[in-house]
Write a protein that binds this ligand. Structure first.
Ligand SMILES: *Cc1c(COP(=O)(O)O)cnc(C)c1O
Length: 456
C-alpha cells in the first residue's frame, strides 16, 4: 500500500445533529440524574460512548433490505435470509431469533441450569452473570492470569485459563462452559483459536457443551487473522467458521457484530432435544420461532449486517480507530488496558485515581468527570457493575475498576475521537480534584443501570 492512513470505508448520507451544553448545565443535569450516567437524557450527551450495543449506523444496503421486510407471522421470507446468514457463519442446525442477547441467555440457561450448578466463562458479561445467578447457579470467571493485569501486553488476553477449566470440570457440576468473544468485561480482548480449540477438547472430554457468547465474533476473527500464526491468509468468514466449529451452541447479541439496532439469536449445533426445548420457551416468551420478538425488517437488517461485519476494510478500520484513541491516551500517560481491545478503550481508573479507594467506586467517579468536563458519556465496569464481594462486602467483586469508552459502529469520525482525547487530557490534568461516590439507593440485580449515587 502506498498510503498509510486507514480511512472510514464509507461516506455519510444521513446525519444526526449533536448538541453542545455548558459545564454548568452538565453539573445540574448530572445531579438531576442522581450521578448515574445511565439516567441522563441522550440529548444532553455530546459524544456517547456508553455502549457499542445497538448504537451503530446501518448501511444503505441494510436500510433498503428493511423495505423488503416480510411481516408474516410464520415462515416469513426475512427469517430464511436471517437463518441462512447465521448458518453460513456458525454451521449450526438450529437458529432461534431473539430480541437481543440476554433473551438467548435466559432461554438457554433456563433450559440447562439448576441451583448448585457452576458455569465457567473466560469472563461473564454482566447480563450473562445475572442470568446464571438468577437460575441459582454460580458464575465463575477464569481468564488467564495475564488477563487480570491491565498494563501487560499479550496478544490474546481474553483467553480462558484451561488448567482452571479442567479443575472445575473435575470437581463441580458443570452443565455448560461459555467462552465470550471478544472478552467484553475484560477489556474487549480477543480469544485465540488455539484457546477455543483446546477449551473445546477439554469440555468434550468431560461431555460438557461449549457455548460461544459471540457478540463480537467478527472483531475476534480479525484479531486472530492479524495476531495468530497460520491465519493471515484466511478470510474473517473462514476464521469465524472455524471458531464456531469448536462450539456446540452460541448466544449472540446482534446489536454488536450484527450491525443492527436490535436483535440476537440462540443457535444450537445438533442437540435436537435441547433445541426443541428452547424453541418451546422461545414461542412462550419471545414470539413464534420464525421471528422471536423481532420485526421482519429487523431480520433483514441482520441478514445484511452479518455479512457486512466480516468485510476486511470494515474490520481493519474498526480495530484501527479504537487503537488510535488508545495510542493517544497512552502517549499522555493515561493508563488503559493494553493492548487496545476490539470495540472500546478501557481506562484503568484504579491506576489513574489512586486517591479514591475501591469502596468509593473510582471508575464510576471518572465517568462523572468525563461527562461534566466534556459531555462525553462512558460506562463503569467495576464495583458497581459487578456487585458486592460476598467474602468481603467492603470490597467490590471486580478486581479491576475500568471505565469503558465504547465505539458505536460506523458512527463517529476521527475528529470526534480527537475531541474525546482532549477531554481526557484535561480530566487527567485535574484528576486530583475528582472525588469518590457512594450509593444512595440501588437494586440488588444489575444495580448500575438504575442506582442513585452521590459524591462522597
Ligand atoms: C451485549 C452482550 C450481551 C447481552 O446482550 P444484549 O443484546 O444487551 O441483551 C451478552 N454478552 C456479551 C458479551 C455482550 O457484549
Amino acid at each position: 500500500m502506498k498510503f498509510k492512513t486507514i480511512i472510514e470505508p464509507f461516506r455519510i448520507k444521513t446525519v444526526q445533529p449533536i448538541r453542545q451544553t455548558t459545564r454548568e448545565e452538565r453539573e445540574r443535569l448530572l445531579q438531576k440524574a442522581h450521578y448515574n450516567v445511565f439516567l441522563l437524557k441522550a440529548d444532553d450527551v455530546l459524544i456517547d460512548l456508553l455502549t457499542d450495543s445497538g448504537t451503530g449506523a446501518m448501511s444503505a444496503q441494510q436500510w433498503s433490505g428493511m423495505m423488503l421486510g416480510d411481516e408474516s407471522y410464520a415462515g416469513a421470507s426475512s427469517f430464511y435470509k436471517f437463518e441462512a446468514a447465521v448458518k453460513k457463519i456458525t454451521g449450526f442446525e438450529h437458529v432461534l431469533p431473539c430480541h437481543q442477547g440476554r433473551a438467548a441467555e435466559r432461554i438457554l440457561f433456563g433450559c440447562m441450569l439448576k441451583p448448585g450448578d457452576v458455569v465457567p466463562n473466560n469472563t461473564h458479561f454482566d447480563t450473562t452473570r445475572a442470568h446464571v445467578e438468577y437460575r441459582g447457579a454460580k458464575a465463575l470467571d477464569i481468564p488467564i492470569p495475564e488477563g487480570r493485569d491491565p498494563a501487560l501486553i499479550h496478544p490474546f488476553k481474553g483467553n480462558m485459563d484451561l488448567q482452571a477449566l479442567e479443575k472445575i470440570l473435575q470437581g463441580k457440576q458443570v452443565p455448560l462452559v461459555v467462552i465470550t468473544v471478544t472478552n467484553n468485561s475484560n477489556g474487549g480482548q480477543p480469544v485465540s483459536m488455539a484457546n477455543i480449540r483446546q477449551a473445546s477438547e477439554i469440555c468434550h472430554r468431560y461431555n460438557v457443551p461449549l457455548i460461544l457468547d459471540c457478540a463480537r465474533f467478527a472483531e475476534n476473527a480479525w484479531f486472530i487473522k492479524i495476531r495468530e500464526d497460520g491465519y493471515a491468509n484466511k478470510t474473517p468468514l473462514e476464521i469465524a467458521q472455524e471458531m464456531f466449529q469448536y462450539a456446540d451452541g452460541a448466544c449472540m447479541s446482534a446489536k454488536k457484530d450484527g450491525m443492527a439496532n436490535i436483535g440476537g439469536f440462540l443457535a444450537i449445533k445438533d442437540d435436537d432435544k435441547l433445541a426443541k426445548q428452547c424453541k418451546d420457551v422461545l414461542i412462550l416468551t419471545e414470539g413464534f420461532s420464525t421471528y422471536g420478538g423481532l420485526a421482519g425488517y429487523d431480520l433483514e437488517a441482520l441478514a445484511v449486517g452479518l455479512q457486512e461485519v466480516l468485510h476486511e476494510d470494515y474490520l481493519e478500520y474498526r480495530i484501527r480507530s479504537v487503537a488510535y484513541l488508545g495510542e493517544k491516551l497512552t502517549e499522555c500517560g493515561i493508563p488503559i488496558v493494553q493492548p487496545p481491545g476490539g470495540h472500546a478503550i478501557y481506562i484503568d481508573a484504579k491506576a489513574m485515581l489512586p486517591h479514591i479507594p475501591s469502596n468509593q467506586f473510582p471508575a464510576w467517579a471518572l465517568t462523572l468527570a468525563l461527562y461534566v468536563e466534556g459531555g462525553v458519556r462512558s460506562v463503569e465496569l467495576g464495583g458497581m457493575m459487578f456487585g458486592k464481594n460476598d467474602a468481603n462486602p467492603a470490597e467490590p467483586n471486580s478486581a479491576m475498576e475500568l471505565v469503558r469508552l465504547a465505539f458505536p459502529r460506523r458512527t463517529y469520525t476521527q475528529s470526534h475521537i480527537d475531541y474525546v482525547s482532549e477531554v481526557l487530557y484535561h480530566v487527567n490534568s485535574i484528576k486530583d480534584t475528582i472525588r469518590g461516590v457512594k450509593i444512595v439507593e440501588a437494586p440488588a440485580v444489575l444495580p448500575h443501570f438504575s442506582a442513585k449515587m452521590a459524591p462522597v
